[in-house]
Design a binder for this molecule. Structure first.
Ligand SMILES: [Zn+2]
Length: 479
């Protein structure tokens, strides 16, 4: 009986969110795992796909869905393969050329292109125009001011001054901006202000087609409300209560849960709602360890906090991390949507490559263009940010020699390593304290520095950069 109710709950939640308009990519999670686990299989498939790509290039047709999916899976496993990257870019362009894209789908499309070609300024400029459109025709000055308040709101939220933060979120809202409205509503909902959140979403007067998130979050909120008001057992209402910010009832229900992976999962969600991101990421990892680590050899679980520049797309997050969206869905308790709320955490299993992850924490920012929240200008973020706690060390991802150990105003205390591949260097920024001197020869996993917040930094984190022939490239091509 209980299992049936759970299945019903999942159905209710899934059907509330099934009308997504985001283009999703779907390679079965099982096949992706097989590609990771079986090198021979991967090699055979790889040769076949190269052959098919050659034939596709010589013809004029758009690629078949299957070839698109397979190319993407193989690119995920070989992101430094220029041929696959080039094919993927051309396929993406062909797939979209024939279609009339909604502004949201177009924004996502340009972010996908930028992920594959991060220094292309044509894509970046098109994105800038789309972002203004997304904010409903408000002037750049108004948008800039809204972003400033949003930034203040998030910082206040992270300090757990929720009432003050909510006030700033309310002020950050631009009436015709779908995105800013959705962000305000999500935070109101998270603190239990259901009616206000509901009213904001249902009375939104801007372009509703821009962000399918508006209508879908409304449906998901209503579904949670129905569950909370139902006669289900308290244990079956737990997720809905967390969703709606009923935090003290949820806390009691979590305490009553039996020990096991799900208890960690609920605990993670509960902590996350209160901006306890580090504690939440510890719980997410404990959940993954108990529930998935045996089943997924060859993968590293990364906890990620989604950012504005993810366009709420699970698919884009999967592309950025070079992994399968279906696998992300699977390890997040069958994530029921194609969209992800901004600043929400999820576990991303990443295929293990030769470079080891340089520290533990949660990833808060990717390599790529992002709009500076205060200056309103675009800049290329040339590395990966991993949020850490005071005293956490960073380690060498590969054997290497320390070629620079010093300080600069942007990077703070930094270490630069030269690896065996002559073109390859890695850089570690914002250290509290350096643990190596110039000239030291390091093995993989040896301590490099204690992470901190020196230089241009607002929190304790590691900025990890990968340089190829002196040019910063996406660390996810290596990690
Ligand atoms: Zn950074």
């Amino acid at each position: 009986m209980k299992a049936m109710i759970k299945a019903l709950l999942v159905l209710v939640l899934v059907s509330a969110a099934s009308a997504t308009t985001l283009p999703a990519w779907s390679q079965s999670a099982d096949d992706f795992q097989r590609l990771v686990r079986q090198p021979d299989y991967r090699q055979r498939q790889h040769s076949r796909i190269r052959e098919e790509l050659r034939r596709w290039r010589n013809g004029a047709q758009a690629p078949a869905e299957r070839l698109w999916q397979e190319t993407r899976a193989h690119f995920n496993l070989n992101p430094r393969d220029a041929e696959l990257r080039e094919a993927l870019l051309r396929m993406l362009q062909q797939r979209h050329a024939a279609r009339q894209l909604s502004p949201q789908a177009e924004e996502l499309y340009y972010y996908q292109l930028l992920n594959l070609e991060p220094r292309n300024s044509v894509y970046r400029d098109r994105l800038a125009a789309l972002l203004l459109q997304k904010h409903g025709g408000h002037s750049p000055a108004e948008v800039r001011q809204a972003y400033q308040r949003l930034n203040d709101a998030f910082n206040t939220w992270d300090k757990r001054q929720y009432d003050r933060a909510l006030q700033l979120f309310r002020q950050a809202r631009l009436p015709r901006s779908a995105e800013l409205t959705a962000i305000v509503a999500a935070h109101l909902r998270d603190r239990g202000h259901f009616d206000e959140a509901h009213k904001l979403l249902s009375s939104f007067a801007g372009d509703r087609s821009y962000l399918s998130w508006i209508d879908e979050s409304l449906k998901a909120m209503q579904a949670s409300q129905r569950i909370v008001n139902s006669s289900f057992a308290e244990s079956d209402k737990l997720m809905a209560r967390i969703q709606l910010g009923h935090l003290s009832q949820a806390e009691m229900a979590i305490k009553a849960q039996p020990d096991g992976p799900m208890k960690h999962w609920y605990q993670a969600k509960w902590l996350e709602k209160q901006a306890s991101y580090h504690s939440a990421s510890v719980e997410y990892r404990a959940y993954y360890q108990q529930r998935w680590s045996q089943q997924l050899p060859g993968f590293v679980p990364v906890v990620y906090k989604a950012q504005l520049e993810d366009v709420n797309s699970l698919d884009l997050i999967a592309l950025k991390f070079r992994t399968s969206p279906d696998l992300i869905r699977q390890v997040n308790e069958a994530w029921p949507h194609d969209w992800v709320e901004t600043y929400r955490m999820l576990i991303v299993p990443v295929p293990r490559r030769e470079m080891a992850w340089p520290t533990t924490g949660y990833v808060s920012s990717h390599f790529g263009y992002r709009l500076h929240p205060i200056r309103g200008t675009w800049r290329l973020h040339e590395g990966l940010d991993i949020e850490t706690l005071k005293g956490v060390k960073a380690t060498a991802p590969l054997p290497g020699k320390v070629v620079q150990a010093g300080y600069d105003s942007g990077c703070g205390n930094l270490i630069r390593l030269q690896h065996a591949e002559p073109a390859l260097r890695t850089v570690f920024c914002h250290g509290e304290r350096l643990l190596q001197r110039q000239g030291a020869q390091l093995t993989q996993g040896q301590d490099v520095l204690v992470t901190g917040t020196t230089g241009a930094s607002a929190s304790i984190h590691l900025h990890f950069g990968v340089q190829l022939n002196g040019v910063y490239s996406d660390p996810m091509d290596w990690l």
